[in-house]
Write a protein of this length. Structure first.
Length: 180
């Protein structure tokens, strides 16, 4: 672990987090929730907000896929998405839904400032982000999909969105800078 540069639980908790919050709105599968915890740990994001009937720790299926990330990533439960969005806005976050919608922003084409606080809402595996919730957002982020299928598993979608949001905020190593 040391050779890989992995943080201990204490180092993770003390690390400055990337100002991104993932919001999980009525996610049916606790395994998906656990996978989101694991991915969120990997990208050192600020927190996960869990909404409605989504499973929350402690939970056997979350633990199985999170592999301990449910112990490192901060999370908070809200009964409704509106309550979560109100708190996010009060803390200076811009709020987006990860959804295919008319007028959505292609994830690959939108630019965010490095210090911009961003929250992204991911919806139910079958029905997506609720229409009422989309109305509360600053817009929708859409993952471009080129094949026959035009949907991704939520855990996969979270990984794609987080990578796109985090990659431009990561400092380059001296070796990478030399190649530019």
């Amino acid at each position: 672990m040391e050779e890989l540069g992995r943080k201990s639980v204490e180092e993770f908790r003390q690390s400055e987090k990337i100002p991104i919050i993932i919001v999980l709105e009525n996610i049916r599968s606790a395994y998906n929730v656990g996978s989101v915890f694991r991915t969120s740990d990997a990208f050192l994001i600020e927190a996960i907000y869990i909404i409605g009937y989504s499973a929350k720790p402690p939970h056997k299926e979350i633990k199985k896929t999170a592999l301990g990330a449910e112990e490192t990533v901060d999370w908070k439960y809200f009964k409704t998405t509106a309550e979560a969005v109100e708190e996010l806005r009060g803390n200076g976050f811009n709020v987006y839904a990860a959804e295919q919608a008319e007028g959505s922003y292609k994830l690959s084409a939108i630019g965010f400032e490095p210090e911009e606080k961003i929250a992204v809402i991911f919806g139910n595996e079958v029905t997506g982000v609720e229409q009422f919730t989309i109305g509360l957002c600053d817009g929708c982020l859409e993952i471009p999909q080129l094949g026959m299928k035009h949907s991704l598993n939520i855990a996969t979608a979270v990984g794609v969105v987080l990578w796109e949001l985090v990659r431009t905020r990561m400092p380059l190593s001296p070796k990478e800078e030399a190649r530019l």
